[in-house]
Ligand binder design. Structure first.
Ligand SMILES: CC(C)(COP(=O)(O)OP(=O)(O)OC[C@H]1O[C@@H](n2cnc3c(N)ncnc32)[C@H](O)[C@@H]1OP(=O)(O)O)[C@@H](O)C(=O)NCCC(=O)NCCS
Length: 179
């Protein structure tokens, strides 16, 4: 197993300026452009963690909390929260800033999963993550539950094989308790 790495080793920040070509007819940033930026910053972060070529395996639910306006400055921050065998979960947080108005707010957050691959596209093992701060430990702890949930939702894991989510899918027992 390769030497474990810290989340700070994979920290990436990316800054974008919202131009007319990035916006919809309401002069708000298009969701697809944001997803493109998230994919790029997430992939760079995963590459930093494992020093390998990576591919996007899945994108969890992305929240679009607040519209981002034409002329805003967008900052995306990404860090690997936890690595498994060949896959890495990356947490991405986005803030938008209206610099002339002196206003900044959080607009998006998401978890993306990347897989390290060799030259033939075959998955290869990556280093583990050693969380340092309380928040990094919190994200690391939750990563196994999120991994199981996304693998179940994508049909790659049977609910019965989930360990961290054990019980959540026992709907029958909850709705119809044995009398
Ligand atoms: C992602 C990919 C490499 C997985 O390959 P595979 O042959 O299915 O390999 P495996 O079943 O051994 O899975 C490899 C890892 O991917 C993870 N994975 C696969 N599908 C996943 C999904 N939908 N969500 C999260 N993780 C996933 C597995 O959990 C496994 O993780 P682990 O090694 O840490 O345990 C392959 O499906 C692929 O190349 N997909 C296309 C990627 C792509 O084109 N992305 C967009 C452009 S970058």
């Amino acid at each position: 197993m390769k030497k474990a790495r810290f989340p700070k080793d994979s920290y990436v920040t990316m800054t974008e300026f919202v131009l007319p070509n990035d916006t919809n007819t309401l002069n708000n940033l298009m969701g697809g452009r944001m997803m493109h930026w998230m994919d790029i910053v997430g992939a760079i972060s995963a590459q930093r963690h494992c020093n390998r070529v990576v591919v996007t395996a899945s994108v969890d639910n992305i929240q679009f909390r607040n519209p981002i306006k034409l002329g805003n400055v967008v900052t995306l921050e990404a860090k690997v929260t936890r690595a498994f065998n060949s896959s890495m979960e990356v947490n991405i947080i986005v803030h938008a800033e209206d610099i002339p108005a002196g206003f900044k707010q959080k607009t998006n957050e998401a978890f993306l999963t990347f897989v390290a691959v060799d030259q033939t596209g075959k998955p290869i093992d990556v280093p583990e993550v050693t969380p340092e701060t309380e928040h990094e430990k919190f994200l690391w702890d939750g990563a196994l539950r999120r991994r199981e949930l996304r693998l179940i939702l994508s049909g790659r894991m049977a609910p019965a094989d989930a360990t961290a989510l054990k019980g959540i899918f026992d709907i029958k027992d909850t709705l119809y308790p044995a009398s």
